[in-house]
Each structure stands twice: as structure tokens, then as C-alpha cells.
Write a protein that binds this ligand. Structure first.
Ligand SMILES: [Zn+2]
Length: 119
């Protein structure tokens, strides 16, 4: 019994994740770097599991990209929604994420050191 090797030369998606455009800075990035955002009842929500149905917009979870997208009104355009979308929840998500990242990079200053008078 002879086994033929799998023809792998036609596959082009070996290990690389798909690429999307950030609606904020308009840069391409792999979906692993971006957050998926969907519209729900006139609000933007972050689709953390990337499973919500419907159109999604992709955004770097960064305050700068969010601000740019807001200024350009990129979300209603990308999601084909009329009117204004409330970005409060996305902003909250982005800020929390940015804070936690900064917390990892910067060591916290010790503030609970006891001042003992050695007299
Ligand atoms: Zn971006």
C-alpha cells in the first residue's frame, strides 16, 4: 500500500492568520491583533469571542485608533448602520486593556511602605 504525500504546495494559509483593516488607523493587521466590534441596539460592543453574527468592524484595541475611528465616523460606515453609534463600551474596553498592558510593563511603585520612626 503506497501512500502519496499530501499536495501541500497549493495551500497558502499555512499558519498565517487572516488580515483585516483597522477602521481607526487604516493599517492592515492580523485578526489576532485586532478587536472585532459589532453594533447592537445603536451601541458598539466588542465581540471578544468573534462569534456575534452580522457585520463586524476591526479595530486595534488602542485609544488612538478608537478616536480616529470615531472622528471619521468609521463605525457606522463599516457596519452599515445609520446614525450615531454609542462607543462608550468599546472605549471602556480599550482603556481597561491599555491599563492592564501598562501595568505589566511598568512596575508598580511601592506605596505601602511603613514609615517607622527609629527613635
Ligand atoms: Zn489601528
Amino acid at each position: 500500500m503506497v501512500r502519496h504525500p499530501q499536495p501541500s504546495s497549493t495551500r497558502r494559509t499555512d499558519g498565517t492568520s487572516p488580515v483585516r483593516l483597522c477602521v481607526g488607523c487604516r493599517q492592515r493587521a492580523s485578526v489576532g491583533e485586532l478587536s472585532r466590534v459589532v453594533a447592537s441596539d445603536g451601541r458598539l460592543v466588542v465581540d471578544e469571542r468573534r462569534r456575534l453574527p452580522g457585520r463586524g468592524a476591526w479595530l486595534h484595541p488602542h485609544p488612538d485608533c478608537l478616536s480616529k475611528a470615531e472622528r471619521r465616523r468609521a463605525f457606522p460606515r463599516a457596519l452599515r448602520v445609520r446614525g450615531v453609534l454609542d462607543t462608550a463600551r468599546v472605549r471602556h474596553y480599550v482603556e481597561r486593556l491599555t491599563e492592564s498592558k501598562a501595568g505589566v510593563e511598568l512596575p508598580r511603585p511601592e506605596r505601602t511602605r511603613k514609615q517607622v520612626d527609629p527613635s
